[in-house]
Design a protein around this ligand. Structure first.
Ligand code: NAD
Length: 482
């Protein structure tokens, strides 16, 4: 496995200049060049799929099949989609015929933004670093990649492979943590795509503001699950358990808490217990199908949260902090003022893990509180009183119930009877709203993020004789009646 080596800070300016010059050389403009880079990117991921799985097993204890389903296969789909659609996406868009304007041939040119930076988190680094790279290459940008230092095996592998597969004038990797990213943020970039916590997003946005660098933010938040008590509870339990256990709860769109009418809570807990026993017939700690927390500190934070909660543990609860293990832990009778539902600011000032709290209140751990409510109206009111989440889930077979929740709430995405998989659904934008992020990635939206829509027209002289001549003084009465 390749060694993780932070990039020397004094080299960062030169790396950025290489990419600037690469862009200015114009080599990324021809579609053939972009297509070749995308094909190379596809080979990089295909040839090394096994190494990526091993890297993520090393960083996150993640089962290979989980990486395959959610990352390595998904990225090949994303690259292929970009290659197949490149010509279509990049085609200039001519406006429909308008009598007064047609002569000027108004057109929208799809131009690369320039030299861009992609900063990614640790949890799904393939889709969150290589995915946006695919969009940026399709758009014709030159790209600085900054993977998370918390997934060092992945970051080292990317640093090893990128120069072997991709043009070094076009893609470069800077590895490191806060000092390296701080240095990178001193420079002007033509765009930054930042994926990570709201806390760090504030730092990135503040630094970017100094250089007037536009930023797309892909953040997190507490994604609620509404359960209709009359729905198929076994189906809900199975999918929710999967959505929570995946990557040991370290998923930006993981279900963060359950809202269910009080009298249906115990029935639902029984369904969850049955599914848990089915998924993990051996103790979950020994299961090869369950990932670990990314660090001892993250495991400790999760353990603290479980201990501090006043809810009743009905599933899991076991932890082994040194081994970064936290079992899927489900708690019932959790109240809205519980630590698991708390806002960032309610953590004690001295709390040593405060800085690890990702977004204001997201758990980002395999902990799932069940919050009993009186009815769906109370649940909707609670959600609307808090930050718009990245995803909102409803389990119901009743169209009116689903419509009521969807129509009266806001979130990055809203799914019925499903979780997580919208990220990999071709054609759907993936992004947040307000505190859960701005802008979108995946597919065409990924391309759009790194593309400037440049308005253009070309006005012939005779236009002044028939239409636009009215703009010139003297402003006589006949011109104003035109
Ligand atoms: P993070 O914010 O701690 O780190 C993300 C990146 O920022 C890393 O590359 C890191 O090196 C860098 N960074 C950290 N501190 C910095 C600082 N002070 N200055 C400059 N750069 C800094 O996020 P994380 O813990 O790696 O990931 C978890 C968070 O990411 C969660 O909030 C999760 O919801 C969010 N997330 C969002 C999405 C999405 O697509 N919306 C996807 C995955 C994760």
């Amino acid at each position: 496995m390749a060694d993780f080596k932070p990039t020397p800070i004094e080299e960062i300016g030169q790396i950025r200049n290489t990419l600037k010059k690469g862009y200015q050389s114009g080599k990324t403009k021809p579609l053939e060049f972009r297509r070749n880079q995308l094909i190379q990117l596809g080979y990089m991921m295909k040839d090394n799929a096994q190494r990526f799985k091993e890297a993520l097993a090393s960083d996150l204890g993640r089962p290979h099949q989980e990486t395959e389903f959610l990352e390595t296969n998904a990225i090949l789909g994303e690259v292929k989609y970009a290659i197949d659609n490149l010509k279509n996406w990049t085609k200039p868009e001519k406006l429909p015929f308008m009598f007064n304007w047609f002569a000027m041939r108004p057109t929208v040119r799809k131009e690369p933004k320039g030299t861009v930076m992609i900063i990614s988190p640790f949890n799904f680094p393939v889709v969150l670093l290589i995915g946006p790279l695919c969009g940026a290459l399709a758009a014709g940008c030159t790209v600085l990649l900054k993977p998370s230092e918390l997934a060092p095996a992945f970051a080292a592998l990317v640093a090893e492979l990128v120069p072997k597969y991709l043009d070094p004038d076009v893609v470069q990797v800077v590895n490191g943590a806060v000092p390296e990213t701080t240095k990178l943020l001193e420079f002007h970039w033509d765009h930054i795509l930042y994926t990570g916590s709201g806390r760090v997003a504030r730092i990135v946005l503040t630094a970017a503001a100094k250089n007037l660098t536009p930023v797309t933010t892909e953040l997190g938040g507490k994604s609620p699950v509404f359960i209709d008590p009359n729905s198929d509870l076994r189906l809900a339990a199975r999918r929710i358990m999967w959505g929570k256990a995946t990557n040991s709860g370290q998923t930006c769109v993981a279900p963060d808490y359950i809202l269910i009418p009080r009298d249906a809570q115990d029935k639902f807990v029984e369904e969850l217990k049955a599914v848990y026993a089915e998924f993990y017939p051996t103790p979950i700690k020994e299961s090869p199908d369950y990932a670990r927390m990314v660090s001892v500190q993250h495991a400790k934070r999760a353990e603290d949260l479980i201990k501090q909660s006043k809810g009743t543990v009905v599933i899991g609860g076991e932890t082994d902090v040194e081994k970064k293990f936290v079992a899927v832990t489900i708690l019932k009778d959790v109240k809205f003022d519980d630590v698991l539902m708390s806002e960032y600011d309610s953590f004690p000032e001295s709390h040593v893990f405060r800085l690890l709290i990702a977004n204001s209140s997201e758990l980002f751990a395999p902990i799932l509180p069940i919050v009993p409510v009186q009815d769906v109206d109370e649940a909707i009111a609670y959600v609307n009183d808090h930050d718009h989440p990245l995803a909102l889930y409803v389990f119901s077979q009743d169209d009116k119930y689903k419509a009521k929740v969807f129509d009266n709430t806001q979130s990055g995405a809203c799914l019925a009877n499903e979780l997580l998989v919208h990220i990999g659904t071709p054609g759907l934008p993936f992004g947040g709203v307000g505190p859960s992020g701005s802008g979108a990635t995946t597919g065409k939206f990924n391309f759009d993020t790194f593309t400037h829509l440049r308005s253009t027209l070309d006005s012939p002289g005779w236009v002044d004789k028939i239409a636009l001549g009215v703009r010139f003084p003297p402003y006589t009465q006949d011109k104003s009646n035109w």
